[in-house]
Structure formats: structure tokens, C-alpha cells
Write a protein of this length. Sequence first.
Length: 432
Amino acid sequence: MRSGTQTAEVGLLTWLDVHGRTMVGHVTGLPANVLGIVLAGGEGKRLWPLTADRAKPAVPFGGNYRLIDFVLSNLVNAGLNRICVLTQYKSHSLDRHISTTWHLSSVLGQYITTVPAQQRLGRRWYTGSADAIFQSLNLVFDERPDYIAVFGADHVYRMDPAQMIAGHIISGAGVTVAGIRVPQAEAKGFGVISADASGKITDFLEKPSEPPGTPDDPEASFASMGNYLFSTDALLQALRADAQDDDSDHDMGGDIIPRMVDEDEAAVYDFADNVVPGATDRDAGYWRDVGTLDAYYEAHTDLVSVHPIFNLYNGKWPIRTATAPLPPAKFVERGTALDSIVGAGTIISSAVVQRSVISSDVTIEAGADVTDSVIMPGTRIGKGAVVRGAILDKNVQVPPGCQIGVDRALDRARYTVSPGGVVVLGKGAMAL
């Protein structure tokens, strides 16, 4: 690893700003010239049918957001104002959301823009996440950043990337990988990191069948969050070498990071060290990979308790999005919602909602019972209907008296049911 020119103090960070001045303190802005690249081309097969008509980062979440709003909010809140979102799979919904929601100041040279696969290097689409960046290097050459933040687009979390950037500069590494402790049994789906006491990564295993434990806890593994901070020259060198490797899958986690680990160029950033303004002891360090229907459902249950595990109401580090011009939610004829989130424009009429996330423009009619469910915008639930333990995508129609989540055998014959028993109806479906 290269030697950094900056030092860290206990509880503080010390760095040189662009004018050569020594800065000391908690990071509240960017200490360097950084370009953000968000990898948003994921197909999201394990989230089907929610991804039948949209890319995974465009899947609605939390009653008000899309999954991509979380990474974009983290980057923008930290001061990154030049962000390229690389798209590929069923990207129309994602493109429209970003173009209508995420406006920065063009006068100041700020932007968030989607970049589709353009076949700049031949008649082929992206063959992997590393190839997506390699085919889009014109973005890097145009901006000439000193550092490049390459972040995933489909996780639910709060993070201040500026602190990771400052740590990367201090380390002098070619790449810094954000890592988080997860139970060893869950680590098979992630890149697993081994590092020495200095923070240098000594081994990186992509989705190992037998994940190694950490030195202090053999039942936990240190997993990659899919967020990387590269020094530009190091990334360019690694991408060019990878492009010439016929045996490579051209994947960031599977190929680029192991290559840089072998070259002694990789360091780890412990997500547990990240301090987000407004975070509580309960939701500090929260991060969820919502890549499966059960994980997606469980992340919603984290939102609705009295003291939520993930707090959407942290105004000091807001999750940003745009909302439709809808009237406030309305509860009529003793309609109630207990331990639930209810979006604007929703009408709950003489019905009961419990422990559920109800999005905007939803109608729940008299006598209906909605419990432990995620209901997306535009859904209509008829009189006397029962919805339990379900995910209903946008514009689903539930006829009067229909029952979902009551008879599991019948549900499996009619709908998608996750391994954990969550009943899922896709966009625009008519319940039977």
C-alpha cells in the first residue's frame, strides 16, 4: 500500500484540503475531488415479481421511496454532487424516477445522471459490474476526479461516505472496501473480508461456501457492503488489466477487489466507525441487503415499531425523494391504523390496518383487515377483504371479500409465496 500524507487522531480526522490547509475534525464534507458511480443495472431475480417490470434499484420501499433513494441520499448528504448511475436492465422506471426527482444545480456543475449501456467498446452490453465501469470510462476522463466512489444501488442504510473517503486518503490504499459484521451463516451471499490490524485486506472471498469468522468472533464474518472508494489511477489500472483477462467475469467483487488485494492495494473501512448525524443507539449502523422477498419484507417490519430499528424520521440525515401532489391521508368511519406507516392520499374507511406499511394513494374499504403487510401506491382493497403477511405491488386490485395470506395452500396455487411465507402479488395484479 502507498503511504498516505495524512494522519488520523483519536475520534477525529486530519487531512489537507484543496488549498493545502490542515483540517482537523469530524468530516462534514468532502476533503477531495470525488466522482460518484452508482451501479444500478441489477436484474434482481430473487425479488421477482417486484422486478418483473423494473430494475431492482427502482423497487418502491418504505411507503415513499425507491431503493436507489438511499444510496443517492447518502452521497448527496455527504457532499458528492457529481453522480453517474449506470443502468441496464428494465431501466425505464429508474430513469424516470431519477430524472423527475433528483435535480442538482447545473449552474454549479452538479448533476445526477443515468448512463445506459452504450456499446462504446463494441457490440456488446455490460458483462459484469467491472465491465460496466470499463465501458463508461469516458465519464472518468471527462471529470478527471482524484477519487471514485463506486456504490451499490439496492441497500437500505444511512452512511456518511465523506468519512470513508477521508479514511481512504489517510490509508494511501488503491481501494477501500466498506465492511460490516454479519452472522457467519448469512455471509455466503457476500464478499467476505479478512484484514490485519492496520486495516489492510489480506484476503477477499466472493460468496464463499464456508465463510471465515472474525478473529474475535468465529460466528461472525466481515462482509463487503458493495461500496468501494478507489484512487482513480489504481482503478483504471485494475480495470484495464481485468479487461484483458479472458478468464475474468469482470465483476467488481469477484475480480477487481481480489486483484487489488493480491497487489497489496486494498484496505477496509469498518462501517461501525461511521457516525451519522441524528442516529440513535437503536438504528446506528443499520444496513440491510434487501435482495430477497423475505429480506425486503423484514426490512419493512423494521420501520413500523414504536422505536423503529431504522428511523425514517431522522431530519439531520434525510432520505430524500419526491412526493406526488396528493392530499393528506384520511381515516373515516372509525378507520384505524396501528403501528403503521400511511402515505399521502390514502383513505382508510371503516377498516383496520396493523403493523403495515401503506404507500400513497391506497384505498382500503369498509370492513377490510390489513395486517403485517406492505401495500404499494395505487392499490385498492375492497370491502371485507383480508390481507395478511403480504406484499402488494403498485395498482393491485383486491376484490371485496377476497382473502390473501389466510390459506397458504391456496395462496401458493394463485400467487408467489416466498420461502418465509410472504405472499406477493406483482404490479397491476388482480387478486382472485
